[in-house]
Design a binder for this molecule. Structure first.
Ligand SMILES: [Zn+2]
Ligand SMILES: [Zn+2]
Length: 410
């Protein structure tokens, strides 16, 4: 087999050769030359992950920065226990960031490994980039008697968490944390010390906390606050600053629902139902690290939770007070937009098909505009407390009940 980097004829190409020859791991080499891993990985390298890792000896007192990196990765949900090992998951696209983590986590006895497994559902060889250490090393470091353990600087921890878990949508930074108490800590500290506002969004149950910067100005202040720390981590500052191409992604979701239109002169006044088809379009830059505008899975989860679960197999008129009077496609679109914009600041357009012949296209205010103006007045007529206070209401004369008459029995 010929190495395409150095043209040497080799029995097999592996990371051991490549790291010396060109500095790449086998997976990066495979991606660079568009080769399936199945053609490069030999059987004895598959499932080698079951071998014990060759880890360095941990230091007695991990430094503040090492503890900040470990805590930041925990906050980002990147640390897991697997048997006797503690594992930090990484990705091939951000390998240098994972190695930067390692430069600190060696103090805990972590080592890097690229393992190859025959994926259960994948039907191909998949690579896994991760850092490993025996869990006992962490317990030793945490519980060492006499070990000075001032908590690491929260900004150091947060910078690591942001580098690994933050997603920039438009001008808003989204951060999913894996421990509710971390969410409170981060929000309070940033607000109290730096006047940076984060809002907690509905993460859809479970243990995670979904945070977002309140405004674009808060995003700017947060990235500025962490700038030096992020600049030290490979690829991170560039990722958030990158002017990569933009694209529009569309997700189609359907729901079955019934409704009627109040005071409508034609058939729509009757209770009727059908299958609604909703197209949600999001326009944003392509994130250079994920290669996506927005993850379709996230998009689907948000729309399902905020809209479809509420509408599917329901009476639209009673699914939300805003729709009680008119559940026309137009009113539905305004309502749906307001349900989604906090979660999808790149939201560009909605298309809602009531039938294949009738549909509505709608673009509402962007998030900054929505925050300024609040929900649309269009849907407020019946919930407005001034309704019913007009003096004209005095013209309405209650109808007196018909007087009871004694029935003549004779
Ligand atoms: Zn080579
Ligand atoms: Zn209808």
């Amino acid at each position: 087999m010929k190495c395409m980097e150095c043209e040497a004829e080799l029995e097999r190409i592996d990371s051991a050769h490549l790291l010396v020859c060109c500095g790449l791991t086998l997976q990066e080499y495979a991606v660079r030359y568009g080769l399936p891993l199945d053609h490069l990985v030999s059987p004895d390298q598959v499932a080698a992950s079951q071998c014990a890792p060759e880890c360095p000896v941990p230091v007695r007192y991990p430094s503040n920065q090492a503890r900040a990196v470990l805590q930041g990765l925990r906050m980002a949900g990147r640390v897991a226990e697997e048997g006797d090992l503690t594992v930090v998951a990484g990705e091939v696209r951000t390998l240098d960031l994972l190695l930067w983590d390692l430069s600190w986590l060696r103090e805990y006895g972590f080592c890097f490994r690229q393992d190859y497994d025959y994926g259960d559902g994948a039907h191909r060889i998949v690579a896994r980039n991760h850092l490993l250490t025996p869990s006992a090393n962490l317990r030793r470091a945490d519980g060492y008697p006499g070990c000075p353990v001032p908590p690491p600087d929260l900004l150091d921890v947060l910078a690591v968490c942001v580098a690994h878990a933050a997603i920039l949508q438009r001008d808003y930074l989204f951060l999913e944390l894996h421990n509710p108490s971390d969410g409170t800590l981060v929000c309070d500290e940033l607000l109290g010390q730096y006047d940076i506002r984060l809002v907690e969004l509905d993460s859809g149950g479970g243990q995670t906390v979904l945070l977002r910067t309140l405004t674009a100005a808060d995003t700017g202040r947060l990235l500025e606050l962490l700038a030096d720390r992020l600049a030290a981590m490979p690829g991170v500052a560039e990722r958030f600053a990158s002017q990569s191409p933009s694209a529009t992604v569309v997700k189609e979701l359907v729901f079955d629902a019934a409704h009627f239109i109040t005071d409508h002169p034609a058939k729509c006044s009757n209770l009727h139902g059908g299958r609604y088809v909703l197209h949600v379009k999001v326009h944003d830059r392509i994130d250079p690290v994920t290669g996506c505008v927005v993850d379709y899975g996230y998009l689907k989860r948000v729309v399902n939770r905020r809209v479809v679960d509420r509408f599917d197999h329901h009476m639209l008129n009673y699914a939300a007070p805003e729709l009680a009077w008119r559940s026309s496609t137009e009113m539905l679109c305004v309502f749906i937009w307001e349900q989604l914009i906090d979660y999808l600041p790149g939201l560009q357009e909605l298309q809602l098909f009531e039938t294949t012949q009738s549909w509505c296209i709608y673009s509402g205010p962007d998030l900054a505009e929505f925050q300024r103006r609040g929900p649309s007045a269009l849907q407020r007529h019946f919930t407005d407390r001034t309704l019913g206070t007009s003096s004209l209401r005095g013209l309405i004369r209650p109808v007196s009940p018909p007087a009871l008459r004694a029935v003549d029995q004779r």
